[in-house]
Design a protein around this ligand. Structure first.
Ligand code: B12
Ligand code: SF4
Length: 428
């Protein structure tokens, strides 16, 4: 049997937090090869790893800080007045792991944010040193959005987008796409992830999803149920949905899925860190979600400015957010676990009326969160950022860096302080 190394690399960034972060694409890909190859997983971001587990505290929904070390920022980020860090298990632990392993035939590496590529470069270097013959495969968001840049890191195959056929041809093994993700490759697992749909029907000008997935498509329900049952069997209590449009066509996707979850008596705490579209939250749906175990609700709001919303794709308007919040509270959701996201540092920030938007969210008695904007090449708003940064250097897509470059350090701090102050009032 072929030996395949699975790697979720360290993160190089100003901030990173375990907000239910799992290398889901990597585990799904490995799941499709279950029983046909022998796997070893090294997840630098595993907070249950014995090297870090004793120092790691988690909140009530199993989120928490990663082990991290402050490091010198790369030249292009040297003027950003924040500490640059390496998050994840120390490099030496991976090197020790490699030195104790038999040789691998393939190494699959998860890529996520485009600006996290230094962690991938580091992993490739170490893997090559211990396994010079190994064939290295990159897949995921960075490999899809910046394939040319990814090729420069020295991997043997870059899997762009969702089509895994080139991978099957490369490794010479047929894929069983109906299989759940390979969650059993962790020794201990406290959080998991799930995705029951692909794509999104909207076309927000700052987002890569419409281009990457084309349209919206539900995934097979039985596979998702089997995956939840596997997570329960492994002792996981908290599961995050990674869908981009979880509530779209809920009558034929989410509602039947949650009915099945209840029928199978699956008891998990569900979370929605990737944001829900408030427009689709109805009274009935809110009730069903709370009954089925949803605990935290992140709603993508972005701005209360009608002009800004219309300019960027009309995803959601203020009244729709207010209605959704009311339905969720009525259904029994804890107001402290309802959060509205707003983009900070967007190229059209001047039309966004951000301060007013922050106050509007607070008036609904829920928490707000300012999400720093990351420009994505190939999207209209990302490409517009060529005015401020060199898009061909993915490090400059960094959300913290770009927001400071676009908004200014003082203004960005002022808005974040205001948000923190209003959140404290709500919690108090
Ligand atoms: C889930 C998610 C998150 C999660 C975390 C995910 C994680 N593990 O880190 C949360 C909610 C925390 C998050 C946060 C953010 N995110 Co996000 N997120 C996503 C999302 C929805 C999925 C990413 C993912 O895990 N994909 C893996 C699986 C689930 O995808 P898949 O389609 O099934 O994968 C297929 C193939 O790609 C392939 N594949 C995938 N991986 C691999 C690996 C290998 C080896 C192989 C062979 C194949 C393969 O196999 C699958 C076949 O079916 C994407 C959008 C999207 N739909 O891709 C945005 C996305 C990656 N996020 C984005 C952004 C902007 C952010 C934030 C900056 C938002 C903000 N301002 O706060 C933050 C950054 C967080 C941070 N720490 O800095 C951007 C990317 C920006 C960039 N420059 O790279 C994206 C693309 C969305 C967008 N706006 O366009 N995110
Ligand atoms: S609704 Fe969300 S996933 Fe869909 S295009 Fe807009 S930002 Fe992207």
């Amino acid at each position: 049997m072929q030996r395949i190394l699975l790697v979720n690399p360290a993160i190089y960034d100003f901030t990173a937090y375990d907000f239910w972060l799992k290398p889901y694409g990597l585990l799904e890909t490995a799941g499709a090869l279950r029983g046909k190859a022998q796997f070893e997983l090294f997840d630098y971001l595993d907070r249950c790893h014995r090297f870090v587990s004793s120092q790691q505290r988690s909140d009530k929904w199993a989120r928490g800080r990663f082990y991290s070390e402050k490091i010198q920022p790369p030249g292009v980020l040297k003027d950003i007045p924040r500490h640059y860090q390496r998050f994840g298990l120390p490099r030496e632990i991976f090197r020790q792991f490699l030195s104790q392993q038999e040789k691998f035939d393939f190494a699959f590496i998860q890529t996520v944010m485009t600006y996290w590529y230094p962690g991938i470069a580091e992993a490739i270097k170490d893997i090559r040193e211990y396994n010079p013959q190994v064939k290295i495969v990159l897949g995921g968001n960075y490999a899809t959005i910046c394939p040319e840049h990814a090729r420069s890191l020295g991997a043997d195959l870059i899997v762009e987008g969702c089509d895994l056929e080139p991978l099957a041809d490369f490794i010479g093994i047929e894929l069983g796409l109906e299989q759940p993700a390979l969650w059993e490759s962790y020794d201990k697992l406290i959080t998991g992830a799930i995705k029951i749909t692909d794509g999104c029907p909207f076309r927000c000008t700052y987002c890569s999803v419409p281009k990457v997935y084309g349209g919206f498509k539900p995934r097979p329900m039985q596979k998702a149920i089997a995956e939840l049952e596997l997570l329960v069997k492994l002792g996981t209590e908290n599961v995050a949905f990674y869908d981009d449009a979880l509530l779209h066509k809920a009558d034929v996707v989410l509602i039947p899925f949650l009915e099945e979850v209840l029928k199978h008596d699956i008891k998990l705490n569900f979370h929605t860190p990737n944001a829900l579209n408030a427009r689709f939250v109805t009274k009935e749906l809110a009730k069903l979600m709370v009954t089925a175990g949803f605990k935290t609700f992140y709603l993508g709001f972005e701005s209360a400015s009608t002009q800004w919303q219309e300019q960027t794709g009309s995803k959601v308007f203020s009244q729709e957010l207010a209605d959704a919040v009311e339905y969720l509270k009525e259904a029994g959701a804890d107001a402290n676990d309802i959060t509205a996201y707003q983009i900070l540092g967007h190229p059209a920030i001047d039309n966004q009326q951000l301060e007013e938007s922050i106050r509007f969210v607070a008036s609904l008695d829920i928490r707000g969160m300012l999400a720093d904007f990351s420009p994505i090449p190939g999207t209209p708003d990302g490409d517009a950022c060529a005015k401020w940064i060199d898009l061909s250097e993915p490090l400059l897509h960094n959300k913290t860096a770009f927001t400071i470059i676009r908004t200014g350090f003082d203004e960005s701090n002022r808005l974040k302080d205001l948000q923190r102050q209003l959140n404290r009032q709500i919690a108090g």
